[in-house]
Design a protein around this ligand. Sequence first.
Ligand code: C2E
Ligand code: MG
Ligand code: MG
Length: 645
Amino acid sequence: MPATYRDALRAALLYLLLSIVWLELSGYLLNSIFDSSDEQLRWQLISGYVWVVLSAGLIFLARARLFRCLGIGAKLRARDEDQVRLRQAAAVFDCTREGVLVTDNEGLIVHVNRAFMEITGYQHDEVLGQRPSLFKSGRHSTAFYQSMFTTLGSTGEWSGEIWNRRKNGEIYPQWQTIRIIHDDEGRRSHYVAVFTDISAIKNSEHELMHLAHHDPLTDLPNRLLFTDRAEQALASAQNHKRGCALLLIDLDHFKMINDSLGHTIGDQLLKAVAERLKAMFGPGITLARLGGDEFAVLAENCPQLVQAAALAQRIIDGLKEAFPIEGHQLFINTSIGISLFPADALSAEQLLRNADSALSKAKNTGRNGYALYTEELTAHAQQRVETAFELRRALEQQELRVHYQPVHDLKTRRLIGVEALVRWEHPQRGLISPAEFIPIAERTGLIAEIDAWVMHQSCLQMCQWQRAGVALSFVAVNVSSRLFARRELYQQVAQVLRETGLDPAYLELEVTESAVMDDPEVALEQMHRLRELGVRLAIDDFGTGYSSLLRLKRLPVQKLKIDQGFVAGLPCDDDDVAIVRVIIALAQSMGMQVHAEGIEQAEQARFLLEHACDLGQGYWFGRPVPAEQLDWMHAPIIEKPPQTL
Ligand code: C2E
Ligand code: MG
Ligand code: MG
């Protein structure tokens, strides 16, 4: 038996004993005092009574000892202290600015405080008995909650940032601490969550971040953010093998505006410039103000220098229009320096430095223009940009022409068809070859319009010849590889045939070998659709691409055109001879016609005829000329070609 229990037992027995003795003695003495008549006896009795009272004191002492042994006194004191503490805790619980939520072991809410109600907008009775998942914002993954409960389980506590939802649906961030409460037996009894609403802190954090990364006047990204974004864009461009362009824009003579009209107007102008620039760009372009009158643009998908130059020109033209500010009509010119990734530099810092030196170049060469980091490229790009702009105008002002080059049957030497070749009759530069402007048209997207126009003109012309009794087997039209991959081609051809009324059997579409082999599956589908329209198909510049013979066999094509590069070496160059022979044999084995282009000499024509090439085209037969200049003397009347392959 433990010592404390032994002590308690002894104290209890003593207490019991003394109490009985005391009660007995008290009763006896009191009776004796009242019954006695003798004075001496009475005094004896009174002193006996005093003793009894003293013994009562002893009994009380024994009782106190007993209580102490049993811990009753401490317990009572502790209960009193607990009650005081509870009252204090309840006051703290209610006055604290942190929200407090208590759940039982099952996770059901058993208590919330006043701050909880203020922060969440829920009242007591709306949440008691519910689960805290009621406040879930949907912003965290299941993995987040899993890791939270794992930490809670292993350490008994979790603290962190969590997004929850108020009663009004608003999502807000909290800093929350959750703790597990155990009962006296060490069993998990409750969970207590204490949280603070940190949306205000978050907002000011966000504001601070914004201030640190943006220019306060225009609200555009500043140099810090721009460099950061540029680094990210370059990393992504490197992964995806894309080109980027960095343009530094500087307003010419801006200082004059500041000096003459004051800084307030200068600031307003800068704001207006920023707004106009912002409106010019879509996604994939980052605009920033680096300071003063200097802006920067990062174009993320700008593989060609001509595109960067076109963008620069667009900016220069866009800023040319007047800025109406406080009754003034302000005009500004712009100078731009361009640096390209990866051609000129690989890091954002270096690109900025290069663009800066290009900008100095642009300023030194008379301002209001752009310069590329590499000088030779500037002139080249400028010319191409000018051509692109002019080409658009050329289409509108009908400066394009179609010339027709005769195609002869090598056996009969008779003209049996024509190839339509586009030319540009430039008001100053004269006739421009398609080799110069077709690549630019392809890059700027104008090619679709050009090809549609040439096709339309050629079909109209063919109808006109047919009405005049000229019997040609076909008019061949070139289709750009850019267009060939697109679904619209089919609709475009169908529309031209419908509008012009030409029998489709007389229209031949030439597609280059590389266009077909770029994406053979798409090409195959496209060709089948076009064949359904009834038009003929030819592969142009054959021998320059990397045709797979297996794929070639599957194509619904009627003709192979031997590239003029191989014809040029005939009949002396052994390699050319071998290649031409193979192409002819290949075409024949696949049931296709063979057509040689670029025939400039009689020996070439003879060689081709001897090797059973079907058709010939080249300066020896006739150059491309306007329709009215074609020599019809050699045009025989040929029946409509068969439609089968
Ligand atoms: P292509 O389709 O292979 O056209 C043949 C080119 O060879 C033409 O050049 C033609 O004038 C030239 N040529 C013809 N015979 C001879 C010759 O005996 N010797 C030499 N050296 N050249 C000869 P052109 O007209 O300058 O056209 C060049 C290329 O431009 C064409 O090559 C074609 O790929 C493209 N092209 C022309 N017109 C159009 C068009 O309307 N649309 C599209 N997308 N491309 C076109
Ligand atoms: Mg051609
Ligand atoms: Mg060709």
